[in-house]
Design a protein around this ligand. Sequence first.
Ligand code: HEC
Ligand code: HEC
Length: 238
Amino acid sequence: MKAWAALLVALVAAGYAWQSHRAAVRRLQAQLLQAAPDAVIRRSDLVKAAVTEATPLYARYCAACHGDHMQGNTALGAPDLTDSHWLYGSGSVYDIERTVLYGIRSGNPRARNVTDMPAFGLTGMLKPGEIRELVEYLLMLDHRPYDGQAALAGRALYLSKGNCFDCHGTDALGNTDYGAPDLTADVWNSGGDPGTLYQSIYSGRHRVMPAWRGTLTLEQIRALSVYIYAVSHRLTLH
Ligand code: HEC
Ligand code: HEC
């Protein structure tokens, strides 16, 4: 009889502990959404709660394209999310969240969709020889072995007929309003070998990132955005 009573007390106590743990988690989740996106990162308890919540969400919804460890996938054009190179914005929680909410060229009316990479070869805007010269120029920008004469011709095309400067900038550092990548950093979302660079210019790219609003709750999207911020900014969790 005594043993039964002790067991009952233990069970009730465990139930209370579990409930108060759940209540604390729910409180943190509510605060996560109430805070301004970039204020969250100054609260280590909120960052920790976000990372705990987002880890399984990432595995379920994002890893198929961005890789198990956020390392990206060049076959799909899905960027590495752990580095400091951003297509859109500066990598703040706010910028990341906006991308995750509405996607990129996703069809959502609020998606990021200013422009995309034209198909210079398919449309006949540039000849195959000219595209090869542009590839040599890109190799030069990346400090890889290149053909000097072809790279010079490529540079001229970049600034004139190719119109590349219009989106990627005269300095080729890219434009994070347009999602036009930096071409000087040797970071390539679709692959940086000469054949793939040729393909990017010849056929263009129309990479799509789905919108997650509707599939995930606002709070889950906030948690994921804080998680990506924490990983890419090497935040240490105490
Ligand atoms: C179907 C594949 C796919 C899935 C699933 C996917 N993404 Fe993406 N994501 C992409 C592609 C492709 C891009 C790059 C688009 C471009 O180049 O314009 C991208 C871009 C991004 C960016 C912008 C990075 C930058 O440099 O600005 C973020 C942030 C991001 N994804 C987060 C996520 C999160 C979080 C999830 C899961 C909820 C997710 N993605 C799921 C394909 C995917
Ligand atoms: C109208 C704007 C625009 C113009 C003009 C443009 N680009 Fe792009 N480019 C983009 C965007 C946006 C992307 C991102 C990929 C996408 O569209 O899905 C991109 C992607 C690329 C990529 C792939 C990068 C990667 O990470 O895999 C290469 C290479 C590239 N551009 C080179 C060029 C060159 C060379 C020219 C000139 C011949 C050029 N671009 C002209 C907008 C442009």
